[in-house]
Design a protein around this ligand. Structure first.
Ligand code: ATP
Ligand code: MG
Length: 367
């Protein structure tokens, strides 16, 4: 073990609205962490967003892409405002970043917070992995008029073996990584106590070609990897019954892997299981880069009022560390957040009156 602190360069892209409040909060927590963990962070500010577009005519300058790609070990993205009407020349910088950096999966942990006021609350520790490059979101839609002058529209849905395979492999790898983190926790702290489990979500009873390929490909990855077969239970769930079971018994799921559209819907639904949007982190993950991103948007209704809950962004920073090989420091952040909530430091979205800054200070204190 080297005594040199490990040095990491993190790109910060606050973008719009409360992104400019919660990203500095996450940065403050990382800075606080570094003093106790032999970690050294260097932060690089990167421009992007709708406001940047309005001033400069582009939502994502090439410099941001180059800096992230060439100089950074990972990144944190704040939030981007979506204009309410179509604006000529504007397209979402987050979608473009995922493409440029080949961040092919979006991962979203759904974790119940131990609430002393609600001891009967279910113990949830689920990770949803959403394939992020294809499915219906390739946006190939067209409108037609038939011979009877009836208008109809068709959307194409692409499922490829390659994208299914890498999403599946990521699910199995993350199931194993989660298991090794749990093995280091005392049993009473573990929210999932069984063998690692991966659930494939699909609807191949109806969409037998597309979802059939998705399901068969991921099953194939499992069947061809002895380590997965011995260490992981493979399950599957039709997407409709998945929604039902996720709300009835969320404690029955460990890692869930879904095609883009189903994953989008499931992960927003799962956020409702654990409370405010202001709590839920995500990460955009590829083979060579990770970008943490709170699930919420730019929340223009509360921007600039010190009301934004910084926890989703702080947990996204932890998720970033977890995915670049630093599970220990990541656990410490998660625990400090739990302690902060249990001690009652809550922003207005959680029924409290603490400011963004007060919650951030509390997380640093418990760290
Ligand atoms: P956008 O167009 O950027 O998605 P939006 O108006 O849809 O903006 P969201 O950020 O998606 O806003 O938020 C929806 C609601 O949840 C808003 O009322 C917002 O204030 C609230 N909210 C979102 N994030 C947070 C947060 N971190 N802290 C407190 N409240 C939040
Ligand atoms: Mg929104």
């Amino acid at each position: 073990v080297s005594s040199q602190p490990k040095s990491l360069t993190i790109g910060l892209i606050p973008a719009d609205g409360i992104g400019c409040e919660v990203i500095p909060a996450a940065r403050q927590v990382l800075e606080h962490l570094s003093s106790s963990h032999q970690l050294k962070f260097r932060f690089v500010h990167c421009d992007a967003g709708f406001e940047y577009f309005q001033k400069n005519g582009t939502a994502l300058p090439q410099k941001t892409v180059d800096t992230l790609r060439n100089d950074c070990d990972g990144a944190l993205f704040g939030a981007v405002s979506s204009p309410s009407h179509k604006v000529a020349g504007y397209s979402s910088p987050i979608v473009a970043l995922r493409k440029h950096l080949d961040l092919y999966a979006n991962v979203r942990p759904v974790i119940s917070t131990k609430d002393p006021q609600n001891p009967s609350q279910k113990s949830v520790d689920m990770l949803i992995i959403r394939e992020n490059t294809e499915c219906l979101y390739i946006k190939k839609e067209q409108q037609f008029t038939d011979e009877n002058n009836q208008v109809y529209a068709i959307a194409e849905r692409r499922i490829s073996q390659k994208a299914s395979e890498r999403a599946g492999r990521m699910a199995f790898q993350m199931a194993l990584a989660r298991d090794s983190i749990r093995q280091q926790q005392p049993v009473e702290q573990r929210r999932w106590t069984g063998k690692p489990q991966v659930t494939i979500v699909h609807k191949s009873n109806v969409l037998s070609v597309t979802d059939g390929l998705w399901r068969e490909t991921i099953r194939g990855v499992y069947e061809n990897t002895p380590e997965y077969q011995t260490r992981i239970n493979l399950e599957e769930q039709l997407v409709d019954s998945m929604v039902y079971r996720m709300f009835r018994e969320p404690e029955a799921f460990d890692v869930v892997v879904a095609p883009n559209l189903y994953g989008d819907i499931l992960s927003d639904g799962a956020a409702a299981l654990v409370g405010s949007l202001g709590l839920v982190p995500s990460a955009n993950v590829g083979d060579t880069f990770v970008m943490g991103e709170p699930v919420h948007g730019s929340a223009p209704d509360i921007a600039g009022q010190h009301k934004a809950n910084p926890i989703a962004a702080i947990r996204s920073a932890a998720l970033l560390l977890e995915n670049i090989g630093l599970p220990g420091p990541a656990s410490n952040i998660y625990n400090a957040v739990d302690a902060t909530l249990q001690a009652g430091y809550k922003t207005p979205d959680l029924g409290g009156s603490a400011t963004t800054e007060e919650v951030t200070e509390a997380v640093c204190k418990y760290l």
